[in-house]
Design a binder for this molecule. Structure first.
Ligand code: A3P
Length: 305
């Protein structure tokens, strides 16, 4: 595989990558051969991935919340390019494999299923910026600097617009379901029905109410990040190699500010972005629309101006 040096991230076989994560896992992800019963959740970071994972998990477990058995929840939701082979081996199908690879790089099987979640690029950029700066082992950026990396597509997990384009172009495939964060935020009930139908889960009123409750913003805000921290701490406590454990513990301590579930609003970008930055995103979005029939309606519907 080609490897080019590029500061502060590296381009590994066309994927922009941080040295915080293993190269082997990324390689495993790119070469992974899916099973017919695999389900993928395909997103750009900060588009509602964790929320979708929760909804799918609730549906697959007849309404079990993630905090009822955190080990099980995280085992059932591996991140393909971060967890690599071990993540896939620990998972027991039916499960959901999370990936931030662009759809045209996600391992394909005609019988596997793919749920893509898209979100307004301006909100994604802000949310990613806040998350990025709470990662323990990356150079810190001011917002303007981060924005430039975002608009150039030079952040870990590549170019937002490429991920958007490649998902949109596949949205009518039989084994693809594309939903937006904004639809989930405004009509979660209908989205849950759509998702259940797509993954062949028989939904009754009782299950629907449980999924609504356990994937609600308030429920997740109260519990998700605390559960995630406990899960990570447990892994570190069980690393036998003392040096490796100390390294992981240091990163873990530096990442205490991470909030995967943060504010959960539509159009939160307005308090951060300058008109010029907003216009640059608009231009990139409209350029992407040229390759994606109907995509401009997404922008118009959610009034992203
Ligand atoms: P904000 O930072 O705008 O609040 P991902 O899981 O892809 O990293 O996405 C994270 C974004 O989804 C964050 O957005 C987070 O708050 C939001 N989110 C997570 N769970 C949510 C929920 N149950 N309802 C609404 N938004 C949620």
């Amino acid at each position: 595989m080609e490897q080019e040096e590029k500061e502060p991230f590296q381009l590994i076989d066309g994927i922009c990558w941080s040295s915080e994560w293993s190269f082997e896992s990324l390689r495993y992800a790119l070469e992974y051969e899916p099973s017919p019963d695999d389900l993928f959740i395909v997103t750009y970071p900060r588009s509602g991935t964790t929320w979708m994972q929760n909804i799918v998990y609730n549906l697959q477990t007849n309404g079990q919340p993630f905090d009822a058995d955190r080990e099980h929840f995280f085992a059932q939701n591996p991140a393909l390019e971060i967890d690599g082979e071990i993540g896939i081996e620990l998972m027991q199908r039916p499960a959901a494999i999370k990936t931030h690879l662009p759809m045209d790089r996600v391992p394909y099987h005609p019988l596997a299923k793919y749920i893509c979640v898209i979100r307004n690029p301006k909100d994604v950029c802000i949310s990613y910026y806040l998350l990025y700066n709470s990662w323990g082992d990356v150079p810190k950026f001011e917002f303007n600097q981060f924005f430039q990396y975002f608009i150039d597509g030079r952040l870990p997990f590549n170019d937002y617009f490429d991920v958007l384009r490649s998902a949109w172009q596949r949205r009518n495939d039989k084994n693809v379901l594309l939903v937006s964060y904004e639809e989930m935020r405004t009509d979660l009930r209908s989205m849950i029905c759509k998702i259940a139908n797509f993954i062949d889960i028989a939904l009754n009123d009782e299950l629907l109410e449980k999924v609504l409750k356990y994937s609600s913003f308030d429920y997740m805000k109260n519990k998700y990040d605390a559960e995630r921290r406990l899960f990570e701490k447990n892994i570190i406590d069980n690393i036998e190699d003392k040096e490796a454990a100390a390294q992981r513990r240091e990163i873990f301590m530096n990442e205490s500010g991470i909030k995967v579930v943060r504010k959960g609003e539509i159009n939160d970008w307005k308090s951060f972005m300058t008109p010029e930055q907003s216009r640059q995103i608009y231009d990139r979005f409209m350029a992407t629309c040229k390759e994606c029939e109907g995509l401009e309606n997404y922008w118009l519907k959610w009034n992203i101006f």
